[in-house]
Design a binder for this molecule. Structure first.
Ligand code: AR6
Length: 170
């Protein structure tokens, strides 16, 4: 099935959804941007589960393009799905890794039984991915991925990001 795609401009930590996706890094131990906001607002339970994951399945960290779920702590969601976007490179095409973030996050969402999933624009902040290209990859990948998720909501922080995604979501 293909989920309904919706766009929202705002702060992803204020969303209500079954799962909220975090643009994490491979350490799973927090950072700035979306990651910082999710841990701040979600509270210490999320970091505690991330630490437990590092101590068990992900001793070397979560690989780029992969995804894993934890509790959502105090967020208005049941789970946070942490995914690690690629750092944009002018010399190397890493778009398959960015597509993988969306595909793997939806796979984890399906395993959990999530019906609504909110995504930020993965890799478009600190990791430097051009917004327009990131929007195209995100929307194309979600369209091409078979999932039981009913709504995929892209939560865009500013006008520019919203406009970029709106070009592809019609
Ligand atoms: N809600 C929605 N979108 C947001 C929010 C928010 N609260 N805050 C920022 N954005 P980034 P990345 C937008 O840097 O590029 C972290 O340190 C932001 O404007 O959060 O994947 C991690 O720990 C941008 O468009 O993620 C990693 O080390 C988009 O979300 C690294 O940054 C993604 O920006 C990951 O970098």
């Amino acid at each position: 099935m293909t989920p309904t795609l919706t766009l929202v401009q705002g702060d992803i930590t204020e969303q209500s959804a079954d799962a909220i996706v975090n643009a994490a890094n491979s350490s799973l131990l927090g950072g700035g941007g979306v990651d910082g906001a999710i841990h701040r607002r979600g509270g210490p339970e999320i970091l505690a589960e991330c630490r437990a994951l590092r101590a068990s399945r992900y001793g070397k960290g979560l690989r780029t393009g992969q995804a894993v779920a934890t509790t959502a702590g105090r967020l208005d969601a049941r789970w946070v799905i942490h995914t690690v976007g690629p750092v944009h490179s002018a010399g190397e095409d890493r778009s398959a890794l960015l597509a993988s973030c969306y595909r793997e996050s939806l796979r984890v969402a399906d395993e959990l039984g999530a019906r609504t999933v909110a995504f930020p624009a993965v890799s478009t902040g600190v990791y430097g991915w051009p917004m327009d290209d990131a929007a195209r990859i995100a929307v194309e990948t979600v369209h091409a991925t078979g999932t039981a998720v009913e709504e995929v909501r892209f939560v865009l922080f500013d006008d520019r990001a919203y406009a970029a995604f709106a070009e592809y979501v019609r």
